[in-house]
Design a protein around this ligand. Structure first.
Ligand code: IVH
Length: 670
């Protein structure tokens, strides 16, 4: 036991240090692979020795706790907002008001105003104990499990921290992660999110912390609250917080500055007004604070905000330019996106020529007309958006937009389903960008991952009329390929062997690759496991499908629709004949049944015959769900040795059936 305890400690320290270096200080101490290996080892040890598992262990970062309803918590110190200013004159007025209230010389601290959501995080004896959203300022929602998944938020403090501490900060969506999220969603044919701030806020309130963990939120500190007044001012306490391992602006180039005058403040403001597009996250201004805590106290608060701080808001980065033309793009799923083609204009350091118009409603709502002068703004999206029309510059002759009726690529009449914002081209099997889009999806990394074949090659093969559908890829031959421009013997052989090798890709990835709408990676795995082969999925009725865990109506309808189309069936037959995997392998199958379908298990304690991971796999492979905490929905608690007393009490209170490991095995074999 002692050596296990020692190993847990070593792993915990190593992982905490690697996290801190990577997410707070941007240094890399070990490879992702090593990190994952160590984390897996720690998880295993903790599962096998629950009495040694710490609730602030780095393994908590991956989430898994489900919060049904967030608890409402009263803030000990209210979370106020800030008064806004937009000019140097207003700043000078603010300073003059302050100087009437104090005789002392004022020193200021300037910080970035992060565009996210406020959070209050409490630490006791160096351990993160609670995280609460701003809410209405006097009470907020407890989102501790979700905040624990944010890698830059330390679960344990380091150095010389005070016994009790609350930090306040801003949780935000880093732009790169936000763009990745939207790209992933687009690939699945799902609606993309409008901006990073709302998405950060929505993510923070998700019930499944594992999903929050996958999103990659970040957090920056802007306030430190302790009982003892050890530090003379804000800047000094932010520096101290940095030494406790918290992510702060200290040490980053010009993220924070001490200023002695309004001119110095304006230098900071002007610098970031120009440079903010280069930041990896969004800001909407600068916050100016009086540094000294004693002066802060002297000045106090108005009803809504502190007198000692003020935010200098940037004007939205907008440009006015002419809308020359609206063109339309067709996606893999046939979704039509209108695109504004603009007179080139410079905005936030880049030249903008195109902007997304989203859909027909958006064009109508803003009454955008070709020839209009429109305002373009840059948010978190890669493509800027149009926010309005300058009507004073409208030419009398411009006409309202007549939205496209036929597909720009294949001229089929477009359709728009009730309740959907997007128009679609229904000619899925005859429309070029849909055809190539489907093949590009089929060969993509998470699907067939075909070596030697990329998106551009697909375009080329399609143009050369060599392929129309994924099945055609398997009928390509050397003679056809060697004649293509840019193809030498080596690249041809590479491509051909990549295609052959892909026949071994497991069923769930083939299922994902064939591109049934709304069937993403996770759903494909679920369906593969539940139905074990393609014929069973094909035979499943709508009612059948919605009964599968996590399959909703929208997905079920799409699956049924896919198999009702003879052209899809023909394609599947061809792929089958080529030898692709359309069923789970012997090995996958040997461990899979639906025996425990509909049941939810919680396992707790230490076991003799199987490891906890083995038990969990047995549960999942037989159609049941693992949950981490006991609730009214728990069907069985598998009880091992040294089970925690609180779990036991909860199970008894909710009258959850408790079984031993042997009883579980009997249940499985019955
Ligand atoms: S200080 C007493 N500093 O802006 C209020 N706030 O409008 C102290 N914010 O709710 C707030 N960056 O969520 C402060 N560097 C920063 C900030 C910041 C963003 C947010 C914060 C607050 C809102 C106030």
């Amino acid at each position: 036991m002692e050596s296990v305890q020692a190993e847990i400690k070593v792993l915990t320290d190593e992982l905490n240090e690697a996290n801190h270096q990577y997410y707070v200080l941007s240094n890399s101490l070990m490879s992702d692979f090593d990190f994952d290996q160590k984390l897996k080892r720690l998880q295993l040890l903790e599962e096998e020795n629950p009495s040694l598992a710490d609730e602030n262990s780095p393994s908590k970062r991956v989430g898994g706790d489900i919060t049904k309803k967030f608890k409402s918590i009263k803030h000990e110190i209210p979370m106020l907002s800030l008064a806004n200013t937009y000019s140097k004159e207003e700043l000078e007025e603010w300073e003059a008001r302050n100087q009437k209230l104090t005789d002392d010389k004022i020193t200021y601290v300037c910080e970035l105003k992060y565009d996210g959501v406020a959070i209050g995080i409490k630490y006791k004896n160096g351990k993160l104990v609670q995280a609460v959203t701003r809410g209405d300022g006097s009470k907020g929602e407890e989102v501790t499990s979700n905040v624990k998944t944010i890698r830059s938020v330390p679960l344990k403090l380091r150095g010389n921290y005070p016994e009790e501490l609350e930090i306040r900060g801003e949780i935000f969506y880093p732009l790169a992660n936000f763009q990745q999220l939207n790209e992933d969603r687009e690939e699945l044919g799902e609606a993309t999110f409008a901006n990073p701030r709302n998405t950060a806020s929505g993510t923070l309130k998700m019930h499944d912390s594992a999903v929050v963990a996958s999103r990659g939120l970040d957090c920056m500190l802007y306030g430190v609250y302790t009982n003892n007044k050890e530090y003379p001012g804000h800047y000094e306490s932010v520096e101290a917080a940095a030494s406790w391992g918290i992510k702060t602006p200290v040490g980053k180039p010009r993220y924070i500055a001490i200023c002695e005058s309004i001119d110095q403040i304006m230098d900071f403001v002007n610098h970031w007004d120009k440079q903010r597009s280069k930041l990896p996250f969004e800001i909407d201004g600068v916050v100016v604070k009086i540094n000294n805590y004693r002066i802060q106290e002297e000045l106090g608060f108005t009803a809504k905000s502190p007198r000692w701080a003020i935010s200098y808001k940037f004007k939205a980065e907008a440009a006015l330019t002419r809308l020359n033309e609206i063109t339309y793009q067709v996606g893999r799923t046939g979704a039509i996106t209108p695109v504004a083609n603009l007179e080139a204009v410079s905005l936030a350091g880049t030249t903008v020529k195109r902007a997304s118009l989203h859909n027909a409603d958006q064009i109508e709502k803003l009454d955008i007309r070709v020839g209009d002068f429109v305002y373009v703004e840059k948010g978190g999206e890669i493509i800027p958006k149009i926010t309005g029309v300058e009507l004073s510059k409208r030419d009398l002759l411009v006409q309202p937009v007549h939205y496209l009726e036929h597909c720009p690529e294949c001229h089929t009449m477009l359709v728009r389903k009730e309740g959907e914002a997007q128009h679609y081209c229904p000619n899925d099997l005859g429309c070029p960008p849909q055809i190539t889009g489907r093949m590009q999806h089929f060969i993509s990394r998470k699907a067939m991952d075909i070596d030697g074949l990329g998106s551009e090659t697909i375009e080329l093969l399609f143009q050369e009329k060599l392929v129309q559908s994924p099945a055609d890829l398997f009928e390509l031959n050397f003679g056809q390929l060697i004649q293509l421009e840019r193809f030498a013997e080596k690249s041809v052989n590479n491509l051909l062997s990549g295609v052959v090798d892909s026949k071994q890709v497991p069923f769930e990835r083939v299922l994902y690759g064939i591109g049934i709408r709304f069937v993403g990676e996770t759903v494909a795995k679920k369906l593969a496991k539940h139905y074990t082969n393609i014929d069973n999925i094909k035979a499943a009725s709508l009612e059948d499908l919605v009964n599968v865990d996590e399959i909703g109506n929208k997905i079920a309808e799409s699956v049924v629709g896919f198999f009702a189309d003879d052209r899809n069936l023909l394609e599947l037959e061809r792929l089958k004949a080529q030898g692709l995997q359309f069923e789970l392998s012997e090995e996958q199958l040997a461990n899979t049944t639906n025996k425990l379908e509909g049941l939810t298990f919680v396992i707790s304690g230490v076991f003799e015959l199987h490891s906890r991971d083995e038990l969990k796999a047995m549960i999942e492979n037989n159609g049941a769900k693992n949950a981490s905490s006991i609730s009214a929905k728990t069907s069985y608690l598998i009880r091992g040795e040294n089970m925690g007393p609180s779990k036991l009490a909860k199970a008894e209170k909710l009258d959850v059936k408790m079984i031993s490991e042997t009883e579980f095995v009997e249940l499985l074999n019955s």
